[in-house]
Design a protein around this ligand. Structure first.
Ligand code: GLT
Ligand code: MN
Ligand code: MN
Ligand code: MN
Length: 386
């Protein structure tokens, strides 16, 4: 039946089901719902959790009294529905003050304000029990490289994260930070444009153990990359703290489509990877309904994201149990005991023996690997004829 279960940890941002369909060319097509109404909508479709930017919940110009009232009513909606808040983040891109970036902006006042805003947003997230804190630097970039050395951008971003790691410790919040890359849009170029770039950058921080990544499928696809590989590298490095699932045609603008809407095969291998390695974090859908939809369509969108994940999860189980597929894999991946003497950890003796060995290149090369057959089995499986 593919109905979502709490252990799936399916989450949505307030900004996702709350999208009113506004785009750079057109005004909203849906009336805005309040955060409380959105929590009820998410509960109705069976989501596990809801995430937010500070200003998705509390408007940027709210008074302290208004903030407290909003927090109170949101907490009540969570209690009524059982939804949790696993992740929180800061809106460091919407307000005009961030037109030249936030942590990396040339104006020190903007950089200081960005730190202040993030600390307050961390306070808000902590109040709701969030454990993951996402950093998407949508405005941290340039249209023209004449305005600063890129290294100043990295240096400022590093200083800000180091500062906020210290704040995290000073407040005892225990957040894990998750950096989200995107190659471009809304800036002409965004610094650290891919998950791989973020992983390299994390190693330069004062507290690398506190910081991981939040890869987004659509963002890696915008860069023309293989999302499963990006996720696998993050996992391999112990850095897959969160994930943004959605879909996207390659090399287009940021489309944020329903998970599985476009790239079924990539989505399948992604779900298979997450399930195979037993990823236990949130499966967060960072996407929104088409502009053609009313709120019934928004529900269809949210249910669709989770349903497709569930279908692909079942397909992954079938892949792992399919005798024909597994026989092919066993054949393709067969060990050669003779090679054990040469492979693995280096030793001078091993290297000497390997250098003296003669390989029969034509014999090795002539072996077919059956990848055509293997892939057709995958296609049959995904198209439901297997
Ligand atoms: C924005 C962006 C997303 C980020 C969100 C978190 S905000 O919608 O397009 O990819 O994950 O800041
Ligand atoms: Mn996107
Ligand atoms: Mn996005
Ligand atoms: Mn995202």
């Amino acid at each position: 039946n593919y109905l979502p279960k709490p252990e799936d940890k399916f989450t949505f941002g307030l900004w996702t089901v709350g999208s009113t369909g506004r785009d750079p060319f057109g005004s909203p097509v849906r009336d805005a719902l309040s955060p409380v109404e959105l929590v009820h909508l998410l509960a109705e479709v069976g989501a596990y959790g809801v995430n937010f930017h500070d200003n998705d919940l509390v408007p940027i110009d709210a008074t302290p009294a208004e903030r407290d009232q909003i927090v109170k009513s949101f907490k009540q909606a969570l209690a009524e529905t059982g939804l949790v808040v696993p992740m929180a983040t800061t809106n460091l891109f919407g307000d005009p003050i961030f037109k030249d970036g936030a942590f990396t902006a040339n104006d020190p006042k903007v950089r200081a304000y960005a730190l202040q805003k993030t600390m307050r947003a961390m306070d808000l997230g902590a109040e709701f029990g969030a454990q993951i804190y996402v950093f998407w630097g949508g405005r941290e970039g340039v249209e023209i490289d004449a305005c600063r050395q890129p290294t100043d951008g990295y240096k400022r971003f590093r200083e800000a994260l180091n500062y906020l790691c210290e704040y995290n410790m000073a407040q005892n919040y225990g957040f894990k930070f998750a950096l989200e890359a995107k190659p471009n849009e809304p800036r002409g170029d965004i610094y650290l444009p891919t998950t791989g770039a973020m992983l390299g950058f994390i190693a330069t921080l004062d507290h690398p153990e506190m910081v991981g990544v939040n890869p987004e499928m659509a963002h890696e696809h915008m860069a023309g990359l293989n999302f499963v590989h990006a996720v696998a590298q993050a996992w391999d490095a112990g850095k897959l703290f969160h994930i943004d699932l959605n879909d996207q045609n390659y090399a287009r603008f940021d489309q944020d489509w329903r998970f599985g809407m476009q790239s079924i095969k990539q989505s399948f291998f992604l779900v298979k990877f997450l399930e195979d390695v037993r990823y236990s974090g949130s499966r967060h859908f960072d996407a929104h309904a088409f502009r053609t939809e009313d709120y019934q369509g928004v529900r269809d969108f949210a249910r669709g994201c989770m349903r497709t994940y569930g279908i692909l999860k079942e397909k992954a189980q079938r892949f792992n149990q399919d005798p024909e597929i597994q026989a092919l894999l066993a054949e393709i991946n067969a060990e050669d005991p003779q090679m054990n003497a040469f492979l693995g950890k280096f030793s001078p003796e091993k290297a000497a023996a390997l250098k003296a060995h003669t390989f029969d290149r034509p014999a090795i090369s002539s072996r077919g690997l059956h990848y055509e057959a293997l892939d057709q089995l995958v296609v049959d499986l995904l198209l439901g004829v297997r």
